[in-house]
Design a protein around this ligand. Structure first.
Ligand SMILES: [Cu+2]
Length: 237
C-alpha cells in the first residue's frame, strides 16, 4: 500500500511538473539561474573547436566520439557534431546529475527540447553547439534518448580551474637567463597588464617543469602573477 501511494505521488508530481522544479531548485539558487556547466557561448568568440561524431557500432554500442574533452574554465568551445549513425541522436551538455534527471523524464515521454546546451540530429545530420564553460568540474556530454545512454552514449567533460579571464593576458618575452638551481628565470618582457608593470627585464620564479622547458634566447608567451609575494611565471605557451 505504501509503495502504491508513493508511485502515485511520483506520477502526480511528474504530471504537474512539481518533481522537476523541486529537483532543480536545490542546485539553482535564486540569484543564479545559470547552469553549473556554464552558458551559451558567443559564436564570434570561440576559443576552440571540438569535432564530435555520434554513431552506433557493430557491437551494438552507441558512442559519442571526439578528442578528450579537457576544457579550461572560461573557454568557449564550438562543438561541431555529426550524426554518422543510422538512428536519431542527441548531444546534451550538463552535469551528470541533471542528465540523469532528464533521462528519467525522457523515458516517460520522448521530448524534443530546444535548449542551447543540447541538439538533436537525424541520421546523417550535422549541427553545432557553442558553449562557454564557466565553472571548473566534471561534467558530461550525453544522448538522453531512451536506451542510448546505457548503450554508451556519454562521455566526461573535464573543466579545469583557471585564473580569472582578466589575468589571462599572455605577454611576449625572451629568455635572458635560466637559473634552474634557484628556480629562477630572467625574462625580457612586454607590459604585464595584470601586474600593472611596463615592459622591462625581470627575474621570475618558475616551477621545475617550466624551468627545464626553457632555454636562453627562447621567445615565449607567458603569464606572471604574484605567488606568495614573489613574481612567478604561472602560464606558458
Ligand atoms: Cu543517441
Amino acid at each position: 500500500m505504501k509503495k502504491l501511494l508513493l508511485s502515485t505521488a511520483i506520477t502526480f508530481a511528474f504530471a504537474t511538473g512539481a518533481f522537476a522544479d523541486a529537483g532543480h531548485a536545490k542546485k539553482e539558487t535564486s540569484e543564479a539561474p545559470e547552469m553549473m556547466i556554464g552558458m551559451p557561448g558567443d559564436s564570434a568568440k570561440v576559443d576552440r573547436t571540438i569535432d564530435v561524431i555520434l554513431l552506433e557500432n557493430d557491437d551494438g554500442e552507441m558512442l559519442i566520439q571526439s578528442e578528450e574533452m579537457n576544457i579550461k574554465q572560461g573557454e568557449t568551445i564550438l562543438f561541431k557534431i555529426k550524426n554518422e549513425g543510422e538512428l536519431e541522436h542527441e548531444f546534451v551538455l550538463d552535469t551528470v546529475e541533471r542528465n540523469a534527471e532528464h533521462k528519467i523524464e525522457m523515458a516517460k515521454m520522448d521530448m524534443e527540447h530546444d535548449d542551447p546546451n543540447r541538439i538533436r540530429l537525424d541520421s546523417g545530420a550535422s549541427g553545432e553547439v557553442v558553449w562557454t564553460f564557466a565553472n571548473a568540474g566534471t561534467f558530461e556530454a550525453a544522448c538522453l534518448i531512451p536506451g542510448h545512454y546505457e548503450s554508451g552514449m556519454h562521455r566526461e567533460v573535464a573543466v579545469g580551474e583557471q585564473m580569472a579571464q582578466a589575468d589571462m593576458e599572455y605577454t611576449s618575452g625572451k629568455i635572458k637567463k635560466v637559473d634552474a638551481k634557484a628556480g629562477k628565470v630572467t625574462i625580457i618582457h612586454g607590459p604585464l597588464v595584470n601586474l600593472d608593470m611596463p615592459a622591462m627585464t625581470m627575474v621570475f620564479r618558475a616551477d621545475e617543469a617550466m624551468i627545464t622547458s626553457l632555454s636562453e634566447g627562447q621567445n615565449i608567451e607567458f603569464v606572471a602573477d604574484r605567488v606568495k609575494g614573489k613574481l612567478t611565471v604561472t602560464q606558458l605557451k
